[in-house]
Design a binder for this molecule. Sequence first.
Ligand code: DC
Length: 221
Amino acid sequence: MSYNIAVDGPAGAGKSTIAKLVAKKKGIIYVDTGAMYRTMALFMLRNQIDPADQESIIAKCREAEVTLGFADGQQVVFLNGENVNGLIRTEEVGNMASVISVIGEVRRNLVEKQQALAAKQDCIMDGRDIGTCVLPNADLKIYLTASSTVRAKRRYDELVAKGQSCDLEQIRLDIEERDYRDMHRELSPLKQAEDAILVDTSDMTIDEVVEKILSLSKERD
Ligand code: DC
């Protein structure tokens, strides 16, 4: 049986940064499920699908094959065979991902792929519904969070470092809107699984969070 760690939490809580580091230390793969929803969102944006038009999203998502590959321990995501890793990290794609991820047809297809991967390989997988839906029997479940002010500042710093111009207050509003949508949707809403351990990273350094998760995972080995 493979060893699986599930990490859920709102946007900007530090899930991917932390999960990548834990994966490296433990010698397991890191699976970023948000990247799969983002890839599907990119496909919709490229096809100029109206975010409010659920029927078109459902019809169109059947034309998109989202697959994951791993090179040097890094995840690469493909859209109909094209490597789109470099194209999915914008706020526009993130917001569209949050909008389309409320749709059952979109989720079903991606969740199946995530479950098949975790059954085959030891991994740390992050997202919104990993502990609650995708891997209900994960060996360790973490719910990672931080205040929306701290999360907005982190995202702002990330974008500025990449040379993108942005507005801190707008990012905070977008994050709060995204959280609301992710937490209140009917299907697989973001919530802490009953057996997940809450880690609030607002006042923690990256190293502290990584150490905490590694020690929790050791307790369960
Ligand atoms: O983690 P992220 O910002 O890359 O995720 C983008 C959006 O995808 C997020 O707002 C909601 C959706 N998502 C989801 O519904 N379920 C997941 N397991 C991961 C992401």
